[in-house]
Design a protein around this ligand. Structure first.
Ligand SMILES: [Zn+2]
Length: 327
């Protein structure tokens, strides 16, 4: 039991007691507070784990609760020459009913727009909510710093609304919800990667009737290696004058080209980064008295192309909490 206080000290305490009395019910009504920086970082770490598992290198602008300036984040991405920059956020609106996703792309469009649209589509499907593709012009070009000052395709993902009580609760308490967001961003990045290739047209022989004839010898000692993210070189040993015909190249079952007789190298220049391709090489013969061409059984080789490098930016952090909500 505390000893009786003097009148003076009671007078000093009175305003404090009054203030506590006024604040207590308001706090109880507001419920739990949520700072945007926390789910942003958690989601970024989940995307990082998914990408690393798929062999995609990741640069993080922060991995802990620390303040990072906008400039330091874009300087890092530009300095490391990453191929894609993804800034992960959650939105706030004066309207508490706002509950959709938004993905912003650079004004220049191009790869940024493709990447943004891939992520937008996955968010809509996986979260079962509306997701908008957006861009915004400001006084100096792109409205957002990260989109304006990055030298590679960059997007800003606003996955949900911190200001929406239901979404704030999900962001704060549901690891499954944050994982769904992360999975959507990951799937969007992987889908975007597949678009990073030169367009190809089917080779002429694709239109022919082709019959596999085991008696035709396939190319021997077939090797394949990725020269870079976009070119795969295939080499083989000639079958030695036994067959008078070209070597046909299939990638994942689709005809992509043909090396004329005597040539022992073929470059697939229509490859995309981060892909595991299965190449089939077949020797072909075209008897003049047959409508169909005859092909050997395939010699098979698998090749993996180097993936893109991704920068994940969880934004905010430390003294900068981002948007604040409650649930
Ligand atoms: Zn933010």
């Amino acid at each position: 039991m505390p000893r009786p206080k003097s009148l003076n000290s009671m007078r000093r305490l009175l305003p404090v007691l009054l203030l506590v009395g006024l604040l207590a019910p308001a706090q109880a009504h507001a419920g739990n507070r949520l700072f945007e920086k926390s789910p942003n970082l958690d989601i970024a770490r989940r995307v990082q784990a998914l990408l690393l598992h798929a062999g995609v290198p990741v640069v993080m602008t922060r991995t802990s609760d620390r303040t990072t300036s906008l400039e330091s984040r874009t300087t890092l991405a530009n300095g490391r020459r990453v191929d894609a920059f993804i800034s992960l956020h959650n939105n706030a609106s004066p309207s508490r009913s706002a509950n959709w996703s938004e993905v912003y792309h650079q004004l220049s469009g191009g790869g940024s727009r493709t990447l943004a649209n891939m992520i937008r589509g996955r968010l809509a499907t996986n979260l079962g909510q509306t997701a908008y593709l957006k861009t915004r012009r400001g006084d100096h070009g792109d409205y957002y710093w990260q989109l304006r000052h990055t030298s590679m395709p960059a997007v800003i993902v606003e996955s949900a609304f911190i200001s929406n009580r239901r979404q704030a609760r999900l962001l704060a308490t549901s690891a499954a919800y944050r994982q769904k967001i992360a999975q959507s961003v990951y799937e969007g990045i992987m889908a975007y990667q597949r678009t990073l290739r030169r367009a190809s047209t089917p080779p002429e022989f694709a239109a022919e009737t082709r019959v596999t004839v085991p008696a035709v010898p396939p190319p021997e000692s077939v090797r394949g290696r990725a020269i870079n993210s976009h070119i795969v070189r295939l080499t083989w040993t000639p079958v030695g004058g036994l067959v008078d015909g070209p070597v046909r190249v299939y990638r994942d079952g689709v005809p992509i080209g043909e090396a004329p007789l005597g040539q022992t190298v073929f470059e697939d220049v229509w490859a995309a980064p981060g892909q595991s391709y299965r190449y089939e090489l077949r020797t072909a013969v075209k008897p003049s008295d047959l409508a169909a061409s005859l092909e050997s059984s395939p010699a098979v080789v698998g090749v993996r192309t180097p993936p893109i490098v991704v920068c994940l930016d969880p934004g905010h952090g430390g003294r900068d909490p981002g948007a604040t909500g409650s649930y």
